[in-house]
Design a binder for this molecule. Structure first.
Ligand code: ADP
Ligand code: MG
Length: 472
């Protein structure tokens, strides 16, 4: 990557903007994520509407591109409307007298993780288990068809005094915001209350990996192993994160085998089934599927309505008409987190402004969310429609051909993908034959420019957009 970029020493106004962008990121993602992934970002330069930042490793760059770059760009645009792209470069930090990466640990991941550890405190057993959210209990979990299996399994494991036969490990999987973490916390709360002597540990796979790598560095792997093997119930959330990280997988697998052999209970979650986790070693994968694999399906209308009613019961002093709840349950179908967020926003608005909640106020307050949920247009639909419209082959959408007759429609399709779907720039790039997110950013900007200059072209794009929207 570009080694010539020095840390930014330029205009103070850019640094001030960068500070504010960072503050917003910190608010948006919370302290833990900010420290691990966003704090290491350094501003390198701001030029011609382009923001350049550096990160210490390739791994971090990829992670940030797939998780945070959209919001980084968005926050920059709020500070400075001339900004149209954010580029991330890898620039190794000067290495301080730190030991060489240990055998078997991919250097880039180690570096990323080490960087996240600002200080090298020794392994502290008290902080290994993550705090539990007091709201995530069985009492607060609304059961419906889509989650009844996962819920029943979680209950059984929670209520059983030792390992639950046939349920070890219990593997819960489902899309984001469907209640996996909630169920895991609920199990932990239940056991803590009914059997406080059992040692229950809950942590994310990301943290597991981080602790393991740090233990390697501080030569505390024995403590690490002993600690994990001393727990009675181990819960690891979002294990898809471990996929592809060989050495962590290896350690996870050993820990996991040791626990199962010692008749300890394991509960694992992921966003997809064991067989769909790519980059997971076969023996790990098959062992993950040995116990009970329970999936949580996407929500149904009834479940969504039930969840809204249950949330509302816990908010005294607010009246939300039934038709508003029905409207929300009908419209916000993506996931429970968004559904909750929508209800909170409606209620907060009404409380702040001091007006009753109505269907009209709801539609107004949730304008952006409703629009996003209305759009169920896929990138494939867009590629098909646009290719047909410009009379090119759909396969040209994935090609690298640069002639304007091909490249321009491709840019239009990328532009529409950005406007009409909720996909991130890197995701869009991937769907167009593995292009970089900057290519997509450039396309969006270019089409905007041409639309401003050329009315006929703008009408064309507008027409395509309407056709796609009405077909969805
Ligand atoms: P995941 O871990 O699957 O991404 P979470 O467990 O974090 O999802 O759930 C997202 C939000 O939705 C949480 O606030 C959670 O309490 C809520 N939620 C999800 N499913 C239910 C449910 N069945 N009943 C009540 N709340 C739920
Ligand atoms: Mg979760």
């Amino acid at each position: 990557m570009n080694e010539s970029i020095a840390y930014y020493q330029g205009k103070p106004e850019h640094l001030a903007k960068w500070d504010r962008v960072r503050e917003r990121l910190r608010n948006a993602y919370g302290e833990a994520i900010f420290k691990s992934w966003l704090q290491p970002l350094k501003l390198a330069d701001v030029k011609n509407g382009q923001v350049m930042v550096t990160v210490p490793t390739r791994f971090m760059r990829e992670w940030i591109l797939s998780h945070y770059v959209d919001n980084i760009l968005r926050f920059w645009c709020q500070e400075d409307q001339t900004i149209h792209s954010v580029d991330i470069f890898v620039k190794a930090e000067p290495v301080m007298a730190s030991p060489q990466p240990q055998q078997g640990v991919p250097a880039n991941i180690e570096a990323a993780m080490l960087n996240a550890a600002n200080e090298d405190k020794p392994l502290n057993p008290d902080t290994i288990s993550a705090p539990l959210d007091p709201r995530y209990t069985f009492d607060n979990f609304v059961v419906g068809k889509p989650n009844e299996l996962a819920h029943a399994a979680a209950r059984r494991v929670a209520e059983s005094p030792s390992v639950t036969p046939g349920c070890n490990p219990l593997f819960i999987y489902g899309g984001v915001g469907l209640g996996k973490t909630h169920l895991m916390h609920a199990i932990a709360w239940h056991i803590r209350r009914t059997d406080p002597a059992r040692k229950v540990v809950y942590l994310s796979a990301e943290k597991f990996m981080y602790l393991f790598i740090r233990a390697l560095r501080t030569k505390e792997t024995m403590t690490f192993k002993e600690y994990f093997r001393s727990v009675d119930v181990l819960m690891v959330d979002d294990v898809q994160f471990i996929a592809g990280k060989e050495s962590t997988q290896e350690e996870f697998f050993h820990t996991f085998n040791a626990l199962v052999d010692q008749n300890k209970q394991l509960i694992i979650s992921a966003d997809r089934s064991p067989s769909d986790i790519e980059g997971m070693e076969e023996r790990v994968r098959s062992r993950l599927g040995w116990g009970l694999v329970a999936d949580i399906h996407t929500t149904s209308y009834e479940l969504r309505l039930g969840i809204l009613q249950s949330k509302l019961e816990k908010m005294p002093h607010v009246h939300v008409p039934a038709r508003v709840l029905e409207f929300l349950a009908h419209k916000i179908t993506s996931n429970v987190r968004e559904l909750e967020g929508a209800l909170n926003r409606v209620v907060a608005h009404a409380t702040l402004v001091g007006t009753p909640v109505t269907l009209e106020s709801t539609q107004e307050v949730l304008y952006d969310i409703l629009r996003a949920n209305d759009r169920r247009i896929t990138i494939e639909d867009i590629q098909k429609k646009v290719s047909a419209h410009y009379n090119i082959k759909v396969s040209d959408m994935h090609s690298a051909r640069r002639s304007v007759a091909i490249a321009r429609p491709r840019q239009v399709a990328m532009y529409l993908a950005k406007k009409l779907t909720t996909k991130s720039l890197p995701e869009i790039g991937r769907k167009f034959g593995g292009k970089d997110h900057t290519t997509v950013m450039h396309a969006v900007k270019r089409i905007d420019e041409i639309c401003k200059a050329d009315q006929e072209f703008a009408d064309d794009v507008e027409l395509l957009m309407r056709m796609l929207q009405s077909a969805a």
